[in-house]
Design a protein around this ligand. Structure first.
Ligand SMILES: NC(=O)N[C@@H](CC(=O)O)C(=O)O
Length: 425
């Protein structure tokens, strides 16, 4: 195994130091370790972060390998600075059995670019009718701990209660896609002034807030762990604030796009901006940013949702919802939060690793810790060219935008997956 000496690098924003990586771990920090055998990387001006961890990635395999595969999504993740991703269950077949989650887990190991942790479906076929084999998925080689019907809400309160009760036995988590389906029938975008003007059916904020309110009460009643996917409204933030103050075991994530973009983008009628939950108002964006800063929202998660050209480049009403996220998330976080490295490390690595129970991730580079880390050049600016992305899909909402920050290198257990901004394999 090659050793790497990264010189003069700022670890999570601290004063520059040297980092020696050997045998899969950070062997030494401090000025000038002697390691004649090591490959030297000049870290001047770079920031070392614990490898990013994504709680919400759609890898599309099995079933839609034309849009993404475990391998292509893993490469996109590594290029985005990630060392672990949690793969959502809305594949085809659905990841609702031990067999499918083991397949995804094994494909992740074979790709070897990030740790792929499968998420299991809550209900059979995401149909919301009966519980999937949660115990068998937990006991499988994939050791599933997070369950989600993401893309669909577990709308039936009795089923949601059962699911929370069931996973409590092994400290599992139900990650809810909060969307009251009766309130969003036919919805195309956020319900508000813009949808009224455009004549598009709206997705009201209350459809999200009502489910979160119900679920935090259920989680409190059961004493189980709830995670709320892609929080998108100011009202949801207030419900979560209240629940956390009561001591409910709830965590929440926000996506980069909900931190940056608003429903005004729908005026372009470009379906690249169609996403679920929809882009909201500037007031929602402000509330989400404040909640991310004060900790009511724990995590930035990408909801990386690759879609084939024919599913996106069509009329708005027929387009699938979803946006790419893995290769741009750190840049958006840097744009939104500025160089608050400790906050970025917390929301994009430590907290998601803790929530997912990924013990070897989310640890700041220090002697003895597994060398899962990423090197960022915060001074670099780059123009996003969809054709340059490693994802098999092209549906980035940031096409031709100039974004701050560049991932220079990513290490997974001491081996580079990205060097000089390029994937190693
Ligand atoms: N977030 C999205 O807009 N899309 C997700 C699923 C979903 O939440 O609809 C997808 O799998 O494409």
């Amino acid at each position: 195994m090659t050793a790497y000496l990264i010189t003069n690098v700022s670890v999570v924003g601290a004063a520059p130091t040297d980092l020696l990586i050997r045998d899969g771990v950070v062997a030494e920090t401090g000025a000038g370790p002697t390691a004649p055998d090591a490959t030297v990387l000049d870290g001047t001006g770079l920031v070392a972060l614990p490898g990013l961890v994504d709680l919400h990635t759609h890898l599309r395999e099995p079933g839609r390998e034309d849009a993404e595969t475990v391998e292509s999504g893993s490469r996109a993740a590594a290029l985005g600075g990630y060392t672990a991703v949690c793969a959502m269950a809305n594949t085809s077949p659905v990841a609702d059995t031990a067999g499918v989650v083991e397949q995804v887990w094994r494909l992740g190991r074979e790709a070897g670019l990030v740790d792929v942790q499968p998420i299991g479906a809550v209900t059979v076929g995401l149909a919301g009718e009966r519980l999937a084999e949660l115990g068998a998925m937990a006991d499988s080689a994939a050791r599933v701990r997070i369950f989600s019907d993401d893309g669909h809400c577990v709308a039936d309160p009795r089923l949601m209660r059962r699911a929370l009760e069931y996973v409590k036995a092994f400290d599992g988590i139900i990650a809810q896609h909060a969307e009251e389906p009766r309130l969003t029938e036919g919805a195309q975008m956020h319900e508000g002034e813009v949808s009224t003007r455009l004549g598009l059916t709206g997705w009201p904020a209350v459809a999200e807030e009502a489910i979160i309110a119900r679920d935090v009460l259920l989680a409190e009643h059961v004493g189980s762990r709830l995670h709320v996917c892609h929080v998108s409204t100011a009202g949801s933030v207030e419900v979560l604030r209240h629940a956390k103050a009561r001591g409910v075991r709830v965590t929440a994530e926000v996506t980069p796009h909900h931190l940056l973009l608003t429903d005004a983008k729908a005026e372009t009628y470009d379906p690249v901006y169609k996403v679920n939950p929809p882009l909201r108002t500037a007031a929602d964006v402000a509330a989400l940013r404040a909640a991310l800063a004060d900790g009511v929202i724990d995590v930035v998660a990408t909801d990386h949702a690759p879609h084939a050209v024919e599913d996106k480049e069509c009329e708005w009403a027929y387009a699938r919802p979803g946006m790419l996220g893995l290769e741009t998330a750190l840049s958006i976080a840097l744009d939104v939060l500025g160089p608050q490295w400790d906050l970025i490390a917390e929301r994009m690595s430590r907290a998601p690793a803790r929530i997912a129970g990924l013990d070897s991730h989310g640890l700041d580079p220090a002697p003895g810790v597994p060398a899962n880390l990423t090197l960022v050049d915060p001074a670099a600016r780059r123009v996003i060219e969809p054709a340059d992305l490693a994802s098999r899909s092209r549906n980035t909402p940031y096409a031709r935008m100039t974004l701050p920050g560049r991932i220079v290198a990513t290490f997974l257990r001491g081996e580079p997956t990205v060097l000089d901004g390029k994937a190693v394999k």
